[in-house]
Design a protein around this ligand. Sequence first.
Ligand code: SF4
Length: 322
Amino acid sequence: MTAPVLEVQGLTKRFPIQGGLLRRTRAEVHAVENVSFALASGETLCVVGESGCGKSTVGKLILRLIEPTAGQILIGGTDVSALDAASMRPLRRRAQMIFQDPSASLNPRLTAEQIVTEPMENYERLSAKGRRERALSLLQRVGLGRDALGKHSFEFSGGQRQRLGIARALSLRPALIVADEPTSALDVSVQAQVLNLLLDLQDEYGLAYLFISHDLGVVEHIAHRVAVMYLGRIVELADSKTLFASPRHPYTEALLAAAPLPNPRTPRDRPVIEGEVPSPISPPSGCAFHPRCAYAITRCRNERPELHLTTFGSLVACHVRE
Ligand code: SF4
């Protein structure tokens, strides 16, 4: 059996809050707590949740843009969580990122050709001709023509810049792409084009996507499986069809109920979430969702629910949902 492209076990990240003259750690932000999942070649796992739930931190941890506090990250079966920079080098090629804001992630002083060939110069032994040929082929594959080679990022539209970001992410032929809200800065009409391009590229190259998004419409369109995060923890993990048809965790229900409806006058058939997300510095005891949950029982305040398999085939962390 081939190893998953990505496997995450017990991933945890706490950011210390320091203060005082001696800069002692006074508290910790519980950004990601004990997150585990696996991702296969050709699969899209979407991570959703309200802002501050830890979904973007998970993406950064996987690419080692920030260091985990605990847990393991296996890319292609190799544990990269404790590797130093030199040992990480060969594995960097296997996992790449597409950012939310292509303008901020592309160097305006470089041409499109330089942007796409730069990772090859750093990580591959290709001749200048080979790099140029691959750059041209990638730019054409993402829908930018030969004339794009000599242009700078500010000469492109928002959608074209994201296409350029995708070409750069593909330049080292990765197996895994972490895409952090890659379409949320784009116009709706362009969003659909970029999403369809990502789907085509996945079919063509067998890419695994860890797709971070707050847009449930986008998620329903592209996800094979969905992980719902609340205050740093996965509270539901299910295949996309099951999750959208039969959400089991009360927080998932509330998220779906809060999604915009085509006709805002249509009555909602599920309770909409109320209240603010509690502070990740001192998360509530027991189930962290209990202060906002319409189904909470006494046990919820005292005992944290673990993920368990429900009769629907989804994994859910809830005391009352089977
Ligand atoms: Fe609500 Fe309790 Fe389930 Fe948490 S464990 S989601 S508080 S019912």
